[in-house]
Structures are given as structure tokens and as C-alpha cells.
Design a binder for this molecule. Sequence first.
Ligand code: ADP
Ligand code: MG
Ligand code: MG
Length: 429
Amino acid sequence: IKCENSCWSQLIVMNRTSRLRSGTVPGVGLVHAPFSLLPTRFPASFWKQACELAPIFNELVDRVSLDGKFLQGSLSRTKQVDDFTARLLEIHAKMMAVNKKEDIRLGLHRSDYMLDSETNSLLQIELNTISTSFPGLGSLVSELHRTLLNQYGEVLGLDSERIPRNWAAIQFAEALGKAWVEYNNESAVVMMIVQAEERNMYDQYWLINHLKESDGRPVAVVYFRAGYAPTDYPSEVEWSARLLIEQSSAIKCPSISYHLVGTKKIQQELAKPSVLERFLDNEEDIAKLRKCFAGLWSLDNEEIVKSAIEKPDLFVLKPQREGGGNNLYGHDLRETLIRLKNEQGEALAAYILMQRIFPRASLTQLVQGGVCFEELSISELGIFGSYLRNKDKVVINNQCGYLMRTKVSSSNEGGVAAGFAVLDSILLT
Ligand code: ADP
Ligand code: MG
Ligand code: MG
């Protein structure tokens, strides 16, 4: 398999963490991204359901982003105890104060789901609106799996046609390109903001590959593949840069409002009764969204905090962070809740509680560091969505590809770049 498909395995690469200059200099310290040897089975009905949700979530993000008071109000208590969210809100408030309008709005999102075995339903884990990763490598893994099944599918009894086509990288690049067209300045460029050391450089490469590189030009579109974590702002310089970008006429992907809509706190607020109705008119759409919402609670709900302390394994405790590795489970969840409760004040407002979802585990062959091993695993399906709007004209509102991530069932967290999961694709059943 290695020889015949080496072209694919060479392209699905990341930076090794241990190598000097890996993550800063392209081509240095490459290692293949972890992947599953074969696609994971996924029921076609849930796949269809997840795809249908993408344009509705795109629309929802846009509507919510326009309601500055809702964003500020929902996050007002979080702000008091979470400095990072407070800084984002500060930029947002400055834009509100000058009544800044974003006529052209670009969203590149990924809504993540797990199949809950207890209720046999598709439940949303979260909606990412900033730096949604793996449109690049995710599409390649789908192609790798198709190639493998084209060659060995008969022996394995698996049909490569049952792997949905995945054009996420091309479609993300297309949306960035179309946003540039809407900006309507021939000499302007698309600027991608990246982290100083980026393990996932080659996922980003696939987008750049479809766009041209140039310097010293006006910026039409700012595409953030950084700026979602406190560590992305080591000094005031980075915060002023974020503010400057927000004040500029460039299209931001995401704008500060889109960024805030993607916080865990807003996810929880949107799941409250009657809140979706504030933003969407179509009842069918609202019902579809609600159907995929898991239990979500604010920590001012004493009953739920008590239940979570009693049965921590039925919940996940989430701070306002992105990128994996930040949530609390089981014993840690219980201890943290008890400590925060005793601290009194607003400390609990930094978190939300979520119903824990239990996907059915199955045996999977995972390939990590060139070694293949079999483990009981669970999966999380992400559906990419692109949205572009210029005033009243919706230019794009699409589902555009997917990312399947699979991890050993004993691991709580799920990030690939964070080292918890492998890249996967799906085989419709
Ligand atoms: P992040 O923004 O850091 O990716 P997530 O909400 O996606 O935060 O949580 C990280 C990982 O934790 C997910 O990829 C998933 O594997 C796991 N997780 C999150 N929420 C739940 C949940 N409600 N039930 C089970 N696992 C969860
Ligand atoms: Mg996230
Ligand atoms: Mg996530």
C-alpha cells in the first residue's frame, strides 16, 4: 500500500513538534498527519441531516452577528472572569460605538457532531467560526481512502463510491476568492494570518495553493488561521493589530462578531428556549437546529451544577477556549466545580456545562508515526460551511466538504493537531 499510494501519504503532512525550525520553515521536520487506514462507517441519513444543517447554521451565525447587544449581553458575566473573552468584547464594543458596518461578510465554519448511542441521534459538539482547520488535509484523506478502496475495495468488500466527495479545500479557497471579487479592487490581496510556529502549516498550504502570493498591496480579505487562543496575543502589539484589522475596510474571516458567535457561551445561549426564534423565521429550520442541540447549561443553574458534581461522567465542563485540550471531564470536572462554587463570585461564569455524548465505539486501524495499530475508537464528524454575503445579496451559502476525526475511545479530547485524534473519512451505510 505504501509504495503505490506514496503520493497521498507524502502530502498529508504536519510539522514534528520536536524538530528545530519545524513549524517555522516549510519542508523542515515533516511527519505524516495521523490517519485511519480505512474510512469509518456512517449512516447516510445522519450524513444528510448534518449536510442540511450547514446552510442554516451559516445563516444563523450571520443573523446573530448583527445583534451586538445580544453578544455583549450574553457574554457580560463571562467577561468579568475571562480576560481573553473580555479583550475580544472590548474590540467588539469599540466597533459598536462607531457603528461599524460590515457590508461584505465571509464565514468559513465547521459544525462538529457526534452520534449519541443512547438516543441514536446526531448531536452538535460545537460550531467553529474562527480558524476552522483541516479543509486541506481532510479532503486529502477522503481521496486517500477512495484510492485505497479503488484498489482493495473488492477484497475488503467496500465500495469507494460510498465515500462522499470532499472538496473542502477548493471550496474554502473559492469563497476567499469570491470575497476578494466582491471587494472589487484588482490590486488588493488576501492576507492569511498564521501562528509563528504552526504544526498544521500544510493544511493551510492547500488554500494558499489556490490563491496567488503577493506583497505590499491593499488587503481585501483577512483570513485568520490564528487569533483564537490567548497565546496568539503574547503582547499588546497583537491586540492592536487585531483592532486595526477590525477597524479597516478589509473583509475579515471572521469579523469580531462572527468570532464571538462561535464561543461556547453563545452556543449555550442559543440553545435556550425561544432564542433561535429571535434570529430565524423559518420554523422548519429552527426545528432542524434544535434537534441537534445537546443539553447545554449556564453554571448559574444550581440544580445542574449539583447534578454534575454528583454524576460528573454525564457532563463536559467547557471554558471559552478553542483548539482542543481545554475541557474538563469526570473527576477533574467534579473537583473544579466544587472549587469554583466555594470561590463564589463570578468564577463559574467562565464555563458552560454540556451533556456528555456517548458515540458507539468500533475497532479502527489508526496510523500514527508510520505505525498502524488497532484500537476501540469513536468519531466526530465536522461539516464545513461557507457563507459570503454582500449587503442583501447572498453570494454563497453552502455545505462544503467534511472532516471526520477518530480517536481512541478512552481519550476525552478530540483535536488532531493537539495530538488526540486521527484524520478519517466516512463510508456511507
Ligand atoms: P474545541 O473548541 O477546543 O475543539 P470542543 O467543544 O470541540 O472544543 O471539545 C473538544 C473535544 O472534546 C471534542 O472534539 C470532543 O472529542 C470532546 N467533546 C466536546 N464536547 C463533548 C461532549 N458533549 N460529549 C463528548 N465529548 C465531547
Ligand atoms: Mg472549537
Ligand atoms: Mg472542537
